[in-house]
Design a protein around this ligand. Structure first.
Ligand SMILES: Cc1cc2nc3c(=O)[nH]c(=O)nc-3n(C[C@H](O)[C@H](O)[C@H](O)COP(=O)(O)O)c2cc1C
Length: 195
């Protein structure tokens, strides 16, 4: 074991599935990548996502009170990296939004009508919970999931099924600087016998 620089400590555990957060406010849509998200409650279904306050997404999510989470598979690595390295704030307000700018199709969510990213393997629509302190101090949004859909070729019976025959649909896990690991080498854990 070697010491890890503390600014890199988060990278030891930041390779959960990278997601794409989409928002819409007054008809203007936006997208950003987020590697830092996690479930926090089964019922009601709640998750936390870190959304830096300097992002356009933060502004959009606070103003609209909603956001959607799309989970990209390996074929969307370039899109995932791209929307995580450019800001919707840099696009002219009267011009194409980030979806149109990068030619990303959206699908309206069934409950909130939020723009879900076409081609992703799962979608969630979420309402932002009022937690101004954690948003302000930790840039962390706690959200409640109000709709969830997944591609049945890779998520069925309430769990992921990553196999050789659906490898294009395996999740992306950010290692840093646009490099992703792809999930898909499942191993079944078994309860150990006492030593
Ligand atoms: C793979 C990847 C993962 C990222 N994860 C996060 C994250 O978890 N939280 C965050 O605030 N920014 C994250 N970012 C940076 C934002 O996606 C980036 O600031 C983006 O340009 C914001 O876009 P916006 O200003 O249009 O909202 C990530 C970037 C990449 C490339």
């Amino acid at each position: 074991m070697r010491p890890v620089d503390l600014p890199h400590a988060s990278r030891l555990i930041n390779h959960g599935p990278t997601v794409i957060v989409s928002t819409v406010r007054d008809g203007r849509r936006n997208l950003m990548s987020a590697a830092w998200s996690m479930p926090v409650e089964f019922t009601p279904p709640r998750v936390a996502v870190v959304i830096d306050k300097r992002t356009f997404t933060c502004e959009q999510a606070l103003a609209s009170g909603t956001l959607a989470i799309s989970i990209p598979g390996r074929t969307l690595a370039d899109l995932t990296y791209t929307v995580g390295t450019t800001s919707g704030r840099d696009l002219p307000l009267t011009g194409p939004d980030k979806f149109a700018h990068y030619g990303v199709e959206s699908v309206p969510g069934p409950v909130l009508g939020l723009p879900l990213v076409a081609g992703c393997i799962a979608w969630m629509e979420c309402r932002v919970l009022a937690e101004p302190r954690t948003q302000d101090l930790y840039d962390t949004f706690f959200v409640e999931v109000v709709s969830a859909q997944a591609d049945e070729r890779v998520f069925a019976g309430g769990r992921w099924s990553m196999r050789a025959d659906n490898s294009d649909l395996h999740t992306l896990h950010h290692l840093g600087a646009g490099l992703f690991a792809v999930a898909g080498d499942p191993v079944q854990g078994r309860i150990l016998d006492p030593a």
